[in-house]
Design a protein around this ligand. Sequence first.
Ligand SMILES: [Zn+2]
Length: 230
Amino acid sequence: MTADLDLNDLFANNRRWAAGMESRSPGFFSRLVAQQTPQYLWIGCADSRVPANELVDLLPGELFVHRNVANVVSHSDLNALSVIQFAVDALKVQHIIVVGHSRCGGVIAALNNKRFGLVDNWLRHVQDVRNMHLEFLESLPEERRVDALVELNVLEQARNVCLSTVVEDAWHRGQQVVVHGWVYGLHNGLLADMRFSVEHMDDVAPAYERALAALRTRHLSPPAPGEPER
Ligand SMILES: [Zn+2]
């Protein structure tokens, strides 16, 4: 009974939201039906605390979104690759943004070998990232390791986007697509740019090396209390 009531709440919320959208912008939904022309593809974590559209304040129709546990882009994941292909080839998005977030449960599980079931196999991709950077991660104080791996994971997954055949082909034919890596702070609601912004195949390796060096510096010599984040 309680469950039914909860779902009724959702329908009531939905009716109120739709009426509000229509009254603020008459014809909003009929315009959306006619066309979707988002400029951005967001690849983020499925975590309920990281709602893509809301935290960049974009309306329906303005952001194409793919989310999974720990924002992984695997070379053989037909789901993510199909989203990227549609976004690039059909929608012609100009920016693809991989967005991780602080205190990511998937990253924590991967870092600490926690077992939850089937998802452990998915998180092997994040463990691959951990293993690639194990020496660096182990050199950090324990309390910084999760957020460092969150950032490393964003870099690796953003690089995977760059190396997908879809993006490679788009760049080859001269289509403008920029791939970015960002991290969202659960504690302050703010997005941080990992300074990995790539728009050409030749830029992938140097941009990755630059972003990785900056990441390592940030974590190996963190700002003193009161000093702004670098
Ligand atoms: Zn997460």
